[in-house]
Structure formats: structure tokens, C-alpha cells
Design a protein around this ligand. Structure first.
Ligand code: DQA
Length: 152
């Protein structure tokens, strides 16, 4: 068992498995594999360990959140479209109760009205959107500060 207290679970929701096939002018054209590689590398620089999860099944996303307190000390969540309506995922995140940052690649504030709504309001430390992959770097830095992790 580690006592490092530096583990970040990075959760991606629905349609992130095909990220490279989504509108590149909105999402940047990179694959989830490429995005996760960037996140893992930035995390290492900050002295953080990452574990990654993606599913297109809402119940599986909830079940993974149930396990997050055993697996990690903090979380980054990009739940995709579920962000805007899944109370089930919000309830599961409340139970996980680890420091969490919500990230979106695109600027959810300046797209459709329904994308402005987040079920995670009040449950996350911060919501970062519209910064592409760099948003994850910012989220990791915030969590490193919360966890007291030191850069390498
Ligand atoms: C997203 C924004 C959501 O509105 C959308 O449904 C996604 C991706 C983002 O990362 O920009 O699937 O979460």
C-alpha cells in the first residue's frame, strides 16, 4: 500500500473512445490514447500518478466512481454529455468524495445553452473548459497543490 497520497484517477465518459473521430475544430483531432499520454507525462512532472478509465455506459461510470476512493486520492472528470444531465453520476461523485476537477476540452460556456449546465456544480473544486488538453495540465496542477505533491 502506498502512502504517497499522489494518485489521480482520470475519468472520461461517453464518446471519448472515438475522440479522434469527433469534430476536430471543437475537440482538436487527437485520440484518447494521445490525450492520456499527455496527461500521464504532465502528471509525472508534478509527482503525480495517474490511472485512466473510459466507458460509454453510464452505470459503469458510476461503478468506477464507487471504487475511486480505494484507487486514487483525487480525480479529474470529463463525463462528456453526461455532465449536462446525469444526476446518477453526480450522486456517485458525491459518494466518492475525493478532490475533483471537472475538465472539458471545448468551451462549454460558449456553445449550446444546454452545455452550460453541469450536474457537478458544488461537487468539484473547479471547472476548466475551452483550453483543450492544457486544461488537464491546469487540473493536475490544482490537484498537486491540494494533495501537497511536489514537482520532480
Ligand atoms: C465535452 C463537452 C460536452 O458538452 C460534450 O458532450 C463532450 C465533450 C468536452 O470535453 O468539451 O462529449 O465534455
Amino acid at each position: 500500500m502506498t502512502s504517497a497520497h499522489n494518485r489521480v484517477a482520470v475519468l472520461h465518459g461517453v464518446n471519448f473512445d472515438i475522440l479522434e473521430r469527433r469534430d476536430a475544430s471543437v475537440y482538436g483531432g487527437l485520440s484518447l490514447y494521445e490525450l492520456e499520454a499527455k496527461i500521464a507525462s504532465w502528471a509525472r512532472e508534478l509527482g503525480l500518478e495517474t490511472i485512466f478509465f473510459q466507458t460509454n455506459a453510464e452505470g459503469e461510470f458510476c461503478e468506477y466512481l464507487h471504487r475511486v476512493p480505494e484507487l486514487a486520492d483525487s480525480a479529474i472528470v470529463n463525463a462528456g454529455a453526461w455532465t449536462h444531465y446525469s444526476r446518477a453520476i453526480a450522486d456517485a461523485l458525491a459518494v466518492a468524495a475525493v478532490p475533483t476537477v471537472e475538465v472539458h476540452l471545448s468551451d462549454v460556456e460558449s456553445r449550446d445553452d444546454w452545455r452550460r449546465v453541469s450536474v457537478f456544480d458544488g461537487l468539484v473544486l473547479e471547472k476548466i473548459s475551452g483550453k483543450g488538453p492544457d486544461g488537464y495540465r491546469e487540473a493536475l496542477a490544482r490537484l498537486a497543490g491540494e494533495l501537497g505533491s511536489t514537482p520532480r
